[in-house]
Design a protein around this ligand. Structure first.
Ligand code: FPP
Length: 225
């Protein structure tokens, strides 16, 4: 079975660059190329949704120069709407966008609006995303709505991921074995794959081996099979 939704933790950009005695920003630049490659691979192999963890609520503690460079990369990505329109790709963002620079917020809104009716593939970009912040935001939404009794569906509908199916598979590159505050509720029953491959090196062979590993897993959702 091909997973319908894969979520990626794109780790290892910095180390990829450092191993080549290059500034870390080259790792992020190459990481952007990998993101584009994975979008094409997802479409090629019939995956319907891909989510990428591009900037976490914890990434603000990185050096300002690195944050500024990441924002430069995001601006370039946001400027390339036509590329995604041509591929019939719908773009969504999750995270607390209000904390980002105004021009980025406006460009995100524009990209979402202009790709809304595309349906070959949905690409979800997590920007200033963290599960704890998302849950706090959902709780505040529910309080504001005046609800006195909340069920699972109310929570699902108040998360940034509303209308996006939960990931079948979460893949983390770069060798670390943790979820780092990413889609903690949504991945409750996701399969998890951790690979040592650094994100800029994640190619078609790596993508296919992840699909193969997923198809060998038996999903039980807490029951017996
Ligand atoms: C983690 O690697 C990666 C990030 C914090 C940034 C990911 C962002 C991109 C790949 C840019 C592409 C995004 C878009 C939306 C175009 P790291 O720097 O922590 O690597 P390290 O663990 O080797 O230091």
């Amino acid at each position: 079975m091909t997973p319908s939704h894969i979520a990626f933790i794109m780790d290892g950009n910095g180390r990829w660059a450092e191993r080549r005695h290059l500034p870390r920003k080259y790792g992020h630049k190459m990481g952007t190329k990998t993101l584009e490659r994975v979008v094409d691979l997802a479409a090629k192999y019939g995956v319907k949704t891909v989510t990428f963890y591009a900037f976490s609520t914890e990434n603000w503690s990185r050096p300002q120069a690195e944050i500024d460079y990441l924002f430069t990369i995001f601006r370039i990505f946001l400027d390339e709407i036509d590329k995604y329109k041509d591929k019939d790709v719908r773009i969504r963002f999750i995270g607390n966008l209000t904390k980002l620079p105004d021009d980025i917020v406006a460009a995100c809104d524009k990209m979402v609006a202009e790709t809304m009716s595309n349906d070959a593939l949905t690409v979800v970009i997590a920007l200033n995303y963290g599960s704890w912040e998302e849950i706090a935001s959902a709780v505040n939404t529910l309080i504001e709505s005046g609800k006195k009794d909340v069920d699972k569906q109310d929570i699902v509908d108040a998360l940034y991921t509303r209308e996006i199916p939960f990931p079948d598979l979460v893949v983390r590159t770069g060798g670390e074995v943790r979820l780092s505050n990413f889609l903690l509720l949504q991945s409750a029953y996701s399969e998890l794959i951790f690979t040592d491959i650094l994100w800029p090196d994640f190619d078609e062979k790596a993508f296919c081996s992840v699909l193969e590993e997923y198809s060998s897993r038996e999903r039980k959702y807490g029951g017996l099979k």
